[in-house]
Design a protein around this ligand. Structure first.
Ligand code: NAD
Ligand code: ZN
Length: 397
């Protein structure tokens, strides 16, 4: 197998527009790796966050140094076709359609073998590594300078090399320009509801934060058959869009002079059955927990008592402290958190793609923009300006 040349968008400087570069060398895949041809990619807030370098930790190594910083690529939502596979890869072959994910599933570790955890020991998200696991090297270089990868996927490139454990083989009939958005926040919100909150049919669900992740959580509530979906956001301009996702009531905390959990408890006769927090704001997290009903409320489902459950999805400031009265927990409210909606990427995402194929899950409404690869900086502008939800970047236009 030989190296592959290709165009690639490179972020040379934090917060500055990406520059189109010809990557002279996308090296062949090594042990347990796969080289893929990228067809469509997209961008979410996590990518933006790292591009702005707000969350970046420097790794002092032969690739990362102040002078070469940031030869980092901000790309991770993807949909690709396998071009070639390295030694040891038996479950993928050239031509397969794959969805690369920033967090993987090795299939061997305790987490992968457990029923619920998706925090794989080997391939769990790593924002600092920038090189491949097999030999600690990058597969990209420009004029002899190694270029590190981002989140193990690096898809703002015509070709990329990914560990096979981070590639989800999907139905080849699935349209790549739609299902590519399942690589991050959309699956996270959807899974937070369907896999973690698990609302019953006819129940009442509150969603805090109506960005793409919160709207995906609302989509999960709609699919689960919730009858009341209450959207909570400080920005009322989100409410109109949210109606398309099944949100049928709205509460703006700014319009009330008491805590929003009290307002929600009042309109729901004691609290909601489930709440999903998708803001990253610790006050919203506390409200989301305290607005679910406690065990003193008589709520039954098929004869069994059903307690209130709150799920935290947003990533808070690392200094933030969650405070609530212990009695709120003693009275049988449940608080949970989730990473990537508890989906094990390789095991579970093919069925999410199938949910889309069977029209149960609607994805088109998340896609508000599409740009050719040459105009990728527009996708950053849309996200920075809060315009729309997801922008598809097409490598073929
Ligand atoms: P976003 O910025 O598009 O949306 C957040 C929404 O929350 C906005 O509409 C904002 O107005 C609203 N909001 C902010 N503070 C609020 C408050 N106090 N009360 C009510 N509404 C409030 O963000 P997004 O892309 O939808 O992501 C949401 C969160 O999910 C982020 O914190 C992100 O980091 C996190 N996330 C977590 C995972 C995970 O695996 N757990 C994965 C992806 C994203
Ligand atoms: Zn594992």
């Amino acid at each position: 197998m030989s190296s592959t040349a290709g165009l690639r968008r490179v972020a040379w400087e934090a917060g500055k527009p990406l520059v189109m570069e010809r990557v002279e060398d996308v090296a062949p895949p090594q042990t347990m790796e796969v080289r893929i041809k990228v067809k469509y990619t997209s961008l979410c807030h996590t990518g933006l966050y790292f591009w702005e370098a707000k969350g970046q930790t420097f790794v002092p190594s032969h690739i990362w140094s102040r002078s070469s910083w940031p030869s980092l690529h901000y790309d991770k939502l993807l949909h690709r076709i396998v071009e070639s596979v390295g030694e040891g890869v038996t479950d993928l072959k050239a031509g397969d359609h794959v969805l690369p994910v920033f967090t993987g599933e090795c299939g061997e570790c305790g987490h992968c073998k457990s029923e619920e955890s998706n925090m794989c020991d080997l391939l769990r998200i790593n924002t600092d590594r920038g090189v491949m696991l097999s030999d600690g090297k990058s597969r990209f270089s420009i004029k002899g300078t190694p270029i590190s990868n981002f989140l193990g996927t690096s898809t703002f490139s015509e070709f990329t090399v990914v560990h096979s454990g981070c590639l989800v083989k999907i139905n080849p009939l699935a349209p790549l320009d739609k299902v590519c958005i399942l690589g991050c926040g959309i699956s996270t919100g959807l899974g937070a509801t369907l896999n973690v909150a698990k609302p019953k049919k006819g129940s009442t669900v509150a969603v805090f934060g109506l960005g793409a992740v919160g709207l995906a959580a609302a989509e999960g509530a709609r699919i689960a058959g919730a009858s009341r979906i209450i959207g909570v956001d400080l920005n009322p301009s989100m409410f109109e869009e949210a109606k398309k996702f099944g949100v049928n009531e709205f509460v703006n905390p700014k319009e009330h002079d008491r805590p929003v959990q009290e307002v929600i408890a009042e309109i729901t006769n004691g609290g909601v059955d489930r709440s999903i927090e998708c803001t990253g704001n610790v006050n919203a997290m506390i409200s989301a927990f305290e607005c679910v009903h406690d065990g003193l409320i008589t709520r039954f489902w098929k004869g069994k008592w059903d307690g209130g459950v709150a799920v935290l999805v947003g990533v808070p400031n690392k200094e933030a402290v969650f405070m609530t009265k212990p009695i709120n927990i003693l009275n049988e409210r449940t608080l949970k958190g989730t990473f990537f909606g508890n989906y094990k990427p390789r095991t579970d995402l093919p069925s999410v793609v199938d949910m889309y194929m069977s029209k149960k899950l609607q994805l088109k409404k998340f896609i508000t923009h599409k740009v050719p690869f040459s105009e990728i900086n527009k996708a950053f502008d849309y996200m920075l300006n809060g315009e729309g939800l997801r922008c598809i970047i097409s490598m073929e236009d």
